[in-house]
Design a protein around this ligand. Structure first.
Ligand SMILES: Nc1nc2c(ncn2[C@@H]2O[C@H](COP(=O)(O)OP(=O)(O)OP(=O)(O)O)[C@@H](O)[C@H]2O)c(=O)[nH]1
Ligand SMILES: [Mg+2]
Length: 399
């Protein structure tokens, strides 16, 4: 019995000692860290306790509540960025006389064609070789074989009659003959005012990269500058970027862009664009289409379908074929195929600023029997000019 009591006492003592150790170790953890041997300047100042005087450093500027709590102006900027920026509507340049203003852009054609011809014609002896050089100059400028022969024949005739030649006479002569080739009696206005009421409908077609979207955007600006309201149809559904590109042009002049899902049916986008144009009473609907090679029959058929579907609303007023002037004779083959699939009513010659082949104006009109209505003379937003034969020929031969 005594042994049992002793054992219990020992057990209690041992447990108590162990418990004390554990509690002790817990207590140790709860103890505040010992004060550093040297004052720690990074440590926050000790909080004042009740009854202590609150000291304010004298030379520290006092900050108001607003200063403390409100972020500064730069910090509030991200909030305003989230809101859509207010659209800045541009006011495009007036369209009258643009070709005259942009005539310097034709300088390459000017040097190759106009000045070249004048120099040759001013030679004292206009022998066979010279006439051949004149012919070559015209051919190199892409005037085309038939028009070149006509021009040379007429020039020869008239120079013979002229006898002595002053530079002014020669210039006048060349101007007249070039004008005859380019043609002055076509109606070159882009048709956007249907007789039936409802919006004018314009469709823009051509091979890849000729400048269709750029031209559509520039044309929207021209129309807006003339006080017309415009709806854009992004019937290039191959890439979302194509619709974005058109929409950006539209936003600059406050024109809405109707678009469809990427890879969707271009005909239904074109249809919807005209529908919207009708509903909101817009003056003109411009439909941009995807670039397509004239050799791809599937894509050419698709273009025909876009036209037919739009015509469920109303006949198209204008189908503009956009041709890159730098592609030369190849453009003529394209033109022929496009004209078969959709009736082309006007030609836009782009990139005339980057080529010496201004003669393509003559060749393409002959090929299609359709007038050049607009010319692109640069990448700038207002670098699209109504085509005026006289201003064009004047620019070619210089003043
Ligand atoms: N120098 C010059 N560049 C032009 C002119 N017109 C268009 N471009 C440029 O040609 C390039 C192609 O223009 P886009 O309008 O995208 O051509 P697109 O026909 O719509 O092309 P796809 O839709 O891909 O078939 C762009 O870099 C334009 O800035 C012009 O008159 N002069
Ligand atoms: Mg395009």
């Amino acid at each position: 019995m005594e042994i049992v009591i002793l054992a219990v006492v020992i057990a209690v003592v041992v447990i108590g000692a162990l418990g004390g150790l554990v509690v002790g170790s817990r207590r140790k953890k709860q103890l505040p860290p010992p004060p550093p041997a040297t004052p720690d300047i990074t440590a926050p100042p000790a909080e004042p306790h009740v009854g202590e005087e609150a000291e304010t450093p004298r030379d520290e500027a006092r900050r108001t509540i607003e200063e403390v709590d409100l972020p500064d102006a730069t910090a509030t900027a991200p909030v305003t960025v989230e809101e859509p920026p207010a659209p800045v509507i541009e006011i495009p340049e007036p369209t009258a006389g643009r070709l005259v203003r942009l005539r310097a852009r034709l300088s390459r054609s000017q040097n190759a064609l106009g000045k070249g011809l004048l120099t040759l014609l001013s030679r004292e002896h206009l022998d066979e070789d010279t006439w051949e050089e004149i012919e070559d100059t015209l051919l190199t400028a892409d005037v085309g074989v038939q028009p070149t022969q006509e021009l040379v024949e007429r020039l020869r005739e008239r120079v013979k009659v002229l006898g002595t030649r002053t530079p002014e006479e020669l210039r006048g002569l060349l101007r007249e003959e070039l004008l005859t080739l380019v043609g002055t009696d076509s109606d070159r206005a882009v048709r956007t005012e249907p007789e039936t009421g409802g919006p004018g409908i314009v469709m823009v077609v051509g091979v890849n990269g000729t400048g269709k979207t750029t031209t559509t955007g520039k044309l929207a600006r021209v129309l807006v500058a003339d006080g017309r309201s415009v709806v854009l149809g992004a019937a290039d559904t191959f890439r979302a970027a194509a619709a974005d590109q058109l929409q950006t042009w539209g936003e600059r002049v406050g024109a809405h862009t109707v678009r469809g899902p990427e890879g969707g049916d271009p005909a239904s986008v074109a249809f919807d664009a005209v529908k919207e144009g009708k509903e909101i009473g817009a003056d003109v609907v411009l439909i941009d289409t995807a670039g397509r090679l004239h050799t791809k029959t599937g894509l050419m058929d698709e273009l025909g379908k876009v036209k037919r579907v739009v015509e469920k609303h109303a006949p198209l007023d204008e189908v503009l074929l956009v041709l890159d002037a730098t592609t030369g004779q190849n453009g003529l083959i394209q033109a022929r195929v496009f004209a078969e699939v959709v009736d082309i009513t006007g030609i836009v010659l782009t990139k005339l600023d980057g080529t010496a082949k201004g003669g393509i104006v003559v060749a393409v009109q002959r090929e299609l029997g359709v007038p050049v209505k607009l010319v692109g003379l640069g990448e700038g937003a207002d670098d699209l000019a109504p085509f005026e034969p006289e201003a064009f020929v004047d620019a070619l031969i210089g003043d």
